[in-house]
Ligand binder design. Structure first.
Ligand code: HEM
Length: 424
């Protein structure tokens, strides 16, 4: 379980917590940290039960020092909103996951290379592009909420939260309806990255992931060669138009499509599933939105803050990095806890309460700075459309049985949530 100890980082403390740290580096690191005045913590983001229910741990992090260090995971932890925001802006990316990613993709590059990739991606996410998808999004929301309503006791995660983002991304990428079932199968396999572990099951998932990615690669190559997407309003069509100027290769296009799947599917599934779970737990908040649908955009922002579908991102300290009295040495990996920052009591009044009229403009659920989520507006449109349909078609929601939450340290959401909606 997550316990924070504001103990000075000494050799003895390393012995108690840090079995995985090699002895020769241990002394040097301990002396350096003792000098730095960092607090050690046993908060372990990789512990499955903590990942499923992290909020006690966050309260303890907030009661403790500004900078904490987990020796078992060799990671520095920032949890206060101001510190996390500043680090998101300042530190080198290397990808948001615990393991550094060296590939030249959007999430793992900095500086000019990142700016160039981001410029290439932007035509697919302009205001006009988003508006052109509104009808598709509204129809998808209406259809899936009706389906949940018509199947009392069904799992809203499988029935709505998983298919809505996959089907939407498929349409936005320009996958024809006839291929959506294949696409869904491949993308589900290809995006299992977060569940991969060094176990037999992990190896099986990894193989599935490679097969799914390969099938999608072949599929996109065929689509690009056929040229049918060119000139369409789809993401691929818009990016292919860019490609005319020779700025994007086919493999860059494919990588971009994969990134959208990886970055956009599980996060949005977590948000949608989490919203149903939260509203089932807070009927009075559901009623508030129902009686004033003008609250929908604010309720979604509060849902993003309260749920933080992306709980953590990582960064590398590009140089010695000062936070208060502590210096994080250059080259160290730092965990930026978005989930904790979005519940920082220094910023949000009663942060563990879900209030649809809170208007939490400072939340950082989509990150901050140059890597700010490219799909933020799309997600907002999607979630607002689902909530609008939900409060229009239903007058109440109750959970049937317990909600199961994912045990993934980066992305958190319900994995099974059986609900019964009362028709309006
Ligand atoms: C609830 C839904 C979502 C959440 C909570 C979310 C969260 C985030 C966060 C926290 C980051 C910053 C990562 C970092 O700083 O390392 C990010 C980046 C990104 N997101 Fe999202 N995201 C969501 C949906 C989407 C969707 C729907 C798409 C695309 C269709 C998308 C595409 C991306 C991309 C491409 C980046 C990388 C941007 C860059 O590095 O410049 N996301 N997202």
């Amino acid at each position: 379980m997550a316990v924070t100890e504001t103990v000075r980082f000494t050799g003895a403390a390393v012995k108690a917590f840090g079995g995985s740290i090699r002895a020769n580096s241990r002394g040097i690191r301990a002396r350096r940290l003792a000098r730095n005045g960092a607090a050690i913590t046993a908060y372990d983001p990789l512990d499955p039960s903590t990942a499923a229910h992290p909020h006690d741990a966050y309260r303890q992090l907030h009661e403790g020092s500004r900078v904490q260090y987990n020796p078992k995971r060799a990671v520095w932890i920032l949890s206060r909103l101001d510190d996390v925001r500043r680090a998101l802006r300042d530190a080198s990316a290397d990808g948001p996951a615990r393991v550094r990613v060296r590939a030249p993709i959007l999430v793992s590059t900095d500086g000019e290379k990142h700016a160039k990739l981001r410029r290439q991606a932007m035509p697919a996410f302009t205001k006009a592009a988003l508006e052109s998808w509104r009808l598709t999004i509204d129809q998808l929301a209406a259809e899936t909420v009706r389906d949940v309503l018509e199947n009392p006791g069904c799992d809203v995660v499988q029935r709505l939260a998983v298919p809505v983002p996959v089907r939407l991304i498929a349409q936005l990428l320009g996958i024809p309806d006839t291929d959506v079932a294949d696409f869904r199968r491949w993308s589900e396999a290809a995006t299992q990255l977060t569940g991969v572990a060094l176990t037999a099951e992990g190896a099986r998932k990894f193989t599935q992931m490679l097969r799914g990615s390969w099938a999608m690669h072949q599929y996109f190559r065929r689509q690009f060669a056929l040229g049918g997407l060119k000139g369409s309003g789809t993401i691929c069509g818009r990016l292919l138009a860019e490609n005319e100027a020779g700025s994007l290769s086919d493999s860059e296009l494919f990588q971009f499509a994969m990134l959208l799947l990886l970055a956009g599917n599980e996060t949005t599934t977590n948000l949608l599933g989490g919203l149903f779970a939260t509203l089932a737990d807070h009927p009075e908040q559901f009623e508030m939105v129902r009686s004033d649908t003008g609250l929908i955009p604010m309720a979604i922002e509060e849902g993003l803050r309260y749920l933080s579908p992306a709980q953590n991102v990582h960064r590398t300290a590009a140089r010695d990095y000062q936070v208060g009295d502590v210096t994080i040495p250059a080259g160290e990996r730092v965990l930026l806890s978005i989930g904790a920052a979005n519940r920082d009591p220094r910023v949000f009044d009663q942060p563990d309460e879900f209030r649809v009229n809170r208007n939490p403009t400072q939340h950082i659920a989509f990150g901050f700075g140059v890597h700010l989520c490219i799909g933020a507006q799309l997600t907002r449109m999607e979630a607002q459309a689902v909530l609008r349909e939900f409060v229009t078609q239903a007058s109440g929601i109750s959970a049937v049985g317990d909600t199961r939450w994912s045990t993934n340290s980066l992305l958190r959401g319900p994995t099974c949530l059986r609900v019964r909606l009362t028709p309006a």
